[in-house]
Design a protein around this ligand. Structure first.
Ligand code: BGC
Length: 759
């Protein structure tokens, strides 16, 4: 992590140099036309806290206000900043240093305002859970809940009080490495997972000792960068923004998330951290949200690179007046705020509003009453047995069985097992791209997990995947081998093989976009070599994004998608491979056949010439004999067989404000106890604007004993059958609505009802 920080500071100084070079020009800053609209939404606010905030604000000097909107990294913060009253610090996790700085802020700064310490606890702090894309595959909000409950507990124990999570960027872009950090291509699934994470991390009151305030990010539409290149621009229709990208933010805010992070990317030419419409008009005013927005890392300074700001005064003023309340890493507002005010680029009302929002969160977090952490107790809260057990369970529930020809799985642990592959004994990579303070030495690798259940399992690495990052990364370092004789010998000497392949953690995550989605290097060659031995084998995949698996599906009899499963991945994989756990996860994102199909997603709009692989003049690729991805959204196998039947509705028509129930039965018809995810999709066949062919509107992961049947009921209302139009208005239109239920986005069982009236 140290290298990450220093490299990123280099970016900050590059931006600062650019800013200095351009200093001097003047461009009118974005201004708020309505100062009254900046007032906090007091209705839900605690009056006592609001009084304390106002009283404190009245005592603050301009300099103290400008310090309060400053957010510094662990590499930047000094004692002098703490004494000057800096607002926040992130990425610092040493409880002793946190306390030291907090004492300076509380005891030595003029007003004694505590610092808010933040960290990227994305899928765990010390106990690392599966990456969020994997958690989404569980289709189980309890998994997200546990991950964030434990992440909050471990974070709070070292003195952190804010986490930069949940990341809720819906994405149709598998080339984008950060698709690993959220819940995939569907807004509904992202919303459910986001709400679960927020509620778990914050609890009913995030002042509690084991709770933290969440920051939902990256606001907004960061998941759709052109060409899948991180940070790249986004051009977005209003209806798409509102129907696809904003719902999970709204869900997080409704669940109580009191902070948010604006995004690096430009949306329709306006960068996320200078985007008044998104930050002030929608998030703060339309949604009546009284929390604060911090910029992403140097995003305020990057307004210069975006070409919307001419110099540091201009950039800082744009960001603040658009609604950004706190500036991360760059220091334009703090350093030039006085000038911004004098020149009328910012208003005192807006600066006060930003400070008020930050103070409000600090009061709600209980920091004024309990600013310190007990460093002696910090370590005792880490990786407790319940956390490790939860991480193992989570990793198991996240796994998706993609293939199981001839029922190769489950394997028999009493047989001789060979564990092979670059990810087989690789604790570093299995914890994924946001490993927090995960301890490499405490993870359980596939080899260790398999050996714990199949003693004497042998091992061969086969080849290596590169953990290097650009500019040092060179794809020829990924599994360049053609001679796999050691791996083949290990397979030949065994009865069965577990073959762990995939990406290194450096292939996914921030600034890790890929132009090819195949398994890196010659790992397909390794799979073919193992296949040639004739031994039964399973390919276990480690990856932070959808891969193109065309070459693997034809070769491997069994494929288990394990994502980056965290510290307990090895035990969880052994649990599934040997049948202790029956896999029940489903894909939260489509896996394309070829990268040229991207973006390919289940919730696409229809076209005038729907894709038909058997004829020519329609919306297809002439060189692919299918219109579908390799694996569709919602897909996943089990060791059992389930049937979902008998969809029925509580009514055949409903008015715009009414509700309707859709019920169906799910039965375990063959195999052991297992889980099925019942999924409900909706389609509006005739609407004023073309509607997605399917939209997920309900799901439930159900555990069923052999022969057992359960009934699942989903409630449907206008939040399901309505949609946003291109003027940003939520509309409910009369007419037929089709429902589909089953165990993937290809579900065929259907029924319809009619919406009467509109609104
Ligand atoms: C990332 C954010 C993260 C921040 C602080 C940025 O580069 O985009 O997701 O929260 O750094 O670490």
């Amino acid at each position: 992590m140290a290298s990450r920080t220093s490299r990123r500071l280099a970016i900050a100084s590059a931006v600062a140099i650019l800013s200095a070079g351009l200093a001097g020009g003047v461009v009118a800053a974005t201004t708020s036309s309505d100062e009254a609209a900046l007032a906090p939404a007091r209705a839900s606010a605690d009056r006592g806290i609001e009084h304390r905030v106002d009283a404190l604000l009245r005592r603050m000097t301009l300099q103290e206000k400008l310090q309060q909107v400053q957010l510094l990294s662990d590499g930047q913060i000094t004692d002098a900043d703490a004494q000057a009253g800096v607002g926040g610090v992130f990425s610092l996790t040493d409880p002793k240093r946190i306390n030291e700085l907090q004492h300076i802020a509380v005891d030595k700064s003029r007003l004694g305002i505590p610092i808010l310490f933040a960290y990227d606890t994305i899928h765990g702090y010390r106990t690392i859970f599966p990456i969020p894309l994997g958690t989404a595959a569980s289709f189980d909000p309890d998994v997200a809940e546990t991950d964030h409950r434990i992440g909050a507990r471990e974070s709070a124990a070292v003195g952190l009080k804010q986490i930069y999570s949940p990341m809720v960027d819906v994405s149709h872009e598998p080339r984008w490495g950060r698709i690993s950090e959220a819940a995939g291509e569907d807004p509904y699934l992202n919303s459910v997972m986001a709400a679960a994470r927020v509620k778990a991390a914050q609890g009913r009151n995030y002042a509690a000792k084991d709770k933290v305030v969440t920051s939902v990010k990256h606001y907004a539409a960061y998941g759709q960068p052109e060409a899948g290149r991180d940070y790249n621009t986004t051009d977005m229709s209003e209806q798409r923004l509102r129907n696809l990208y904003l719902p999970p933010f709204k869900a997080a805010v409704d669940a109580g998330s009191d902070t948010a992070m604006c995004s690096f990317n430009a949306i329709n030419g306006v960068p996320g951290c200078a985007n008044k419409r998104l930050e002030t008009d929608i998030l703060k005013n339309e949604w009546k949200w009284d929390g604060f927005i911090e910029s992403d890392y140097t995003a305020v300074a990057e307004l210069l690179n975006h070409g919307t700001a001419e110099n540091d005064v201009d950039a800082g003023a744009q960001a603040l007046m658009a609604g950004t309340d706190s500036e991360m890493v760059s220091t334009f507002i703090r350093d030039k705020g006085k000038q911004m005010l004098a020149e009328g680029r910012i208003t005192m009302a807006r600066l006060d509003d930003a400070v008020r929002r930050i103070l409000r969160v600090k009061f709600r977090a209980g920091l004024f009453d309990n600013p310190y952490v007990d460093p002696a107790k910090a370590e005792a809260a880490q990786e407790l047995p319940d956390a490790r057990a939860a991480a193992r369970k989570a990793a198991g529930r996240a796994m998706v069985l993609l293939e199981n020809d001839g029922k190769v799985l489950p394997l028999d642990p009493s047989k001789k097992t060979a564990v092979i592959g670059p990810l087989a004994d690789n604790g570093k990579d299995q914890i994924g791209p946001w490993w927090g303070r995960g301890d490499d030495s405490k993870k359980v690798t596939v080899l260790e997990g398999i050996r714990a259940q199949s003693p004497g399992a042998t091992y061969a690495e086969g080849c290596k995947v590169s953990g290097l990052e650009p500019p040092d990364y060179d794809e020829s370092q990924d599994c360049p081998d053609t001679d796999f004789s050691a791996a083949v010998a290990a397979a030949q000497a065994a009865d069965q093989v577990v073959l762990a392949v995939g990406e290194s953690r450096a292939h996914s995550g921030e600034a890790a976009s890929r132009s090819v989605l195949d398994l890196p290097g010659n790992q397909e060659g390794l799979i073919k070599a193992i296949k040639a031995t004739g031994k039964p084998f399973v390919v276990v995949l480690f990856n932070g994004r959808p891969l193109t698996l065309d070459g693997v599906t034809g070769t491997a009899p069994a494929i288990l998608e394990s994502w980056f499963g965290g510290v307990e991945a090895g035990n969880a994989i052994a649990d599934v491979v040997f049948g202790k756990v029956n896999p029940g996860g489903k894909l939260p994102v489509s896996f394309p056949r070829r990268v040229g199909q991207v973006p390919i997603y289940y919730n696409h709009e229809p076209t005038g010439r729907p894709c038909d692989a058997t004829s020519k003049y329609n919306s297809r690729h002439r060189d692919i004999k299918s219109c579908d991805p390799q694996y569709v959204f919602g897909y996943g196998l089990s060791y059992s067989k389930f049937e979902i039947t008998n969809m029925r509705l509580s009514a055949t028509s409903v008015n715009a404000n009414g509700k309707i129930d859709a019920s169906m039965d799910v039965k375990n018809v063959a195999g052991p106890t297992g889980d099925e995810v019942v999924q409900l999709y909706l389609h509006d066949p005739v609407a004023s604007i073309s509607q997605p062919v399917r939209r997920l509107r309900g799901f439930e992961r159900v555990t069923l004993a052999p022969g057992e049947m359960k009934t699942v009921t989903f409630k449907i209302d206008k939040s399901d059958f309505g949609f946003y139009d291109n003027s940003g208005k939520f509309v409910v239109e009369p007419g037929r609505i089709d429902l589909f239920a089953g165990n993937s986005s290809k579900a065929t069982m259907s029924t319809s009802f009619t919406v009467t009236g509109g609104g």
